[in-house]
Design a binder for this molecule. Structure first.
Ligand SMILES: [Zn+2]
Length: 205
């Protein structure tokens, strides 16, 4: 099992967690930038993270993994792959499905994915900021007649303050502060914020 330090290093190696002075897409400033796609682009890292996250739920019976697209798709696939074999399941393992936004912006189960009644579901996402997408995914799964037994994420940006109606665990709990620009302590030190999402990191000078 990877230690918290090893996990952190893995994210940092891939540039998925960066330290500095950033302007987030929300316009707020932060000293930490998180973008899980950057670590999940490396299949061997994605596989390790999937194994680590699946390991947190080894006591639960899980018949299917459901994730909100797009961010949850790769991690959902890797968690499902790492879960124990299921007798009589197609391919011998746990399926990984995803919900996606329809024209009205609501998450829905499409593409012919089927959750039979009493399917025990693990909902998996890459990052929890408010946990909204995971909450919505839980609702979709329950409306389909299945049962959500737990929820997991690679990173909980709230530092563990998010609550769900089911058992929940994240690999990394990071309390990431962000600030309005006029209240940003990093700006006050005279540093210029970079926008990490738009282009690769510009020099902060
Ligand atoms: Zn700032």
């Amino acid at each position: 099992m990877l230690t918290q330090e090893e996990l952190l290093r893995l994210f940092e190696t891939a540039g998925a967690i960066r330290h500095g002075h950033f302007e987030l897409s929300s316009g707020r400033h932060s000293g930490t930038y998180v973008q899980c796609a950057l670590v999940l682009q490396y299949p061997r890292f994605a596989e390790k993270l999937g194994q680590a996250l699946a390991g947190l739920f080894s006591d639960a019976r899980i018949d299917a993994v459901v994730s909100p697209a797009l961010g949850g798709v790769v991690v959902g696939q890797e968690v499902a792959r790492a879960l124990p074999a299921v007798k009589d399941a197609v391919g011998g393992g746990v399926p990984a499905m995803f919900v996606e936004r329809d024209a009205s912006g609501l998450l829905t189960l499409r593409r012919g994915f089927v959750l039979p009644p009493d399917t025990h579901v693990l909902v998996v996402e890459d990052v929890w900021t408010t946990g909204g997408s995971t909450r919505e995914t839980i609702r979709v799964v329950e409306e389909a007649g299945a049962r959500v037994v737990a929820a997991g994420a690679l990173i909980d940006r709230s530092g563990g303050t998010i609550e769900f109606d089911v058992e929940s665990q994240a690999l990394l709990e990071l309390k990431i502060e962000s600030y309005e620009e006029d209240e940003c302590p990093l700006c006050r030190q005279g540093n210029v914020a970079v926008k990490p999402g738009s282009r690769f990191v510009r020099s902060a000078g």
